[in-house]
Design a protein around this ligand. Sequence first.
Ligand SMILES: [Zn+2]
Length: 538
Amino acid sequence: MPRTSRKNSTASTKVLEIPNRQAYRVGAYVRLSAEDKRKEGDSIETQKAIINTFIDEQEGFELLETYIDSGLSGQSFERPGFSRMLADMESGKINCCITKDLSRIGRNAIDTGYYIEKHFPTHDIRFIAINDSYDSANGSSGGIVVSLKNLINETYALDIGRKTSATKQLQIREGAFIGKVPPYGYMKNPENKRKLSRDEETAPIVVQIYDMFMAGSSIREITDELNKQQTLPPLLYFHSKGWASDKDLRRNSCWNRSAVTGILKNQVYCGDMVQGKRGVVNGVKNKDLPKSQWVIVENTHSPLINRDVYFKIQDVLAENILKRTPSRFSTPASENIFLGKLVCGHCGYAMSRRRSYENTYQFACISKHIMGKHVCGSVRISEKKLRTMLLAMLEKQAEVFADKQKIKNHDHPQEKAKSELLDIQAKIGRNQGFLKGLYESLMTGDITADEYKELKTSYESKLEALANQERQLRIEIVKQRTAESVCQRANSTISAFRGIEDLTSAALDILIEQICIFESNQLQVHFKFANETEGGDE
Ligand SMILES: [Zn+2]
């Protein structure tokens, strides 16, 4: 709201206007998820009213635009209102974003943290979350608080995810296809995306696999034949259709045992819809569920394979497994906590896990067996060794962060910048006061019109310089805070795992993106918080 200037009856009122320090150009961001719609107090109107009241009560804010996303989850950032707001920030139309609370921005800690702690500050956007008392221009709201809030919001969104999946569960039980990528051999029916229809390109391959197996070929022979034919393996085929992401490409670049066996075991080919194979197990998302929990709805689409043939093959496969694995081990295999995280550093192929003794596991690159080339020598590591090395690296990483933290706290760069900022703000206030007093002096005849003009110009340029300094300092403070909070977040995550005896799959999911294994037990760990550490055999 612009500051009201002193009203005066003189004709020269215009000259007397004290230049306002420019108001923040505000974009109000309002989001209502499908879930919020059922709750009181979070409606679009309520959110707008809270923001408007806030703007009216404060000085120096001008509402330029309200961006609304309705019925969109906070888990995703592909929201039209949000995108429009980012574009307007980019173009400079707005330089301040106000929301009712932090979770309006998003419910995914890493991405929300990115916008609040990185994107907004680097675009010089002031961000205010009213109910969380967060204001990026206020030095006291620390990044760590934001991170914590974000984590809580994320957990909450997962909770909602579980609830909304009730709708999906219903669709699954009705036999509607809810997946993104159809099973190999099928495509989504162009008229009804919830139904499967035969994919003329790949259905013959499925039939060929079943025929060969019925004719007595081994899985290995079928795999070799498909690779010889240069048939695109499922993931590559899906990718060629634009259904799979580039990330999936690295995993399977040709047909392998598990792709062929997967097709031979999939009941979808006798016309039944098989879904709900993965779900939450022990709090970890997207884990394989036992077959007894799968949802199978019969005769939902046209079969590629005769039902009797299919079930006969299941018997043969089960017998083969019995033959292949005589009960050498008295206990079932332990969980592979590194699943999907371990790749060969030389060829990028996923590392395969083998059990050699009762409780001894090895990871090895098996690309040479599959690709028929000797690309990788012997890239292997024992699971025990891998665990020991990883724990040591985490310990080391925690220490490095602790040291960084010490140095930072010692300097107190933020405190220094903050006291400078207060200093400058005081100076601005004083000079504005002088400027006001100047006009009174002119009216009372204490100074001449020429002196007035001269002094006014001098104060104004001083004010401009101070405003500039203030802006620079704010940017500096935000930068320091961003750096510090990134460090703090990683540090607190790591120290949570410091001194633990063993790794769990939940811990790995939080900390580690990927581990590349190189020859002679060398490894490279890509941490989720974008800090890379290399380690090797001591
Ligand atoms: Zn390899």
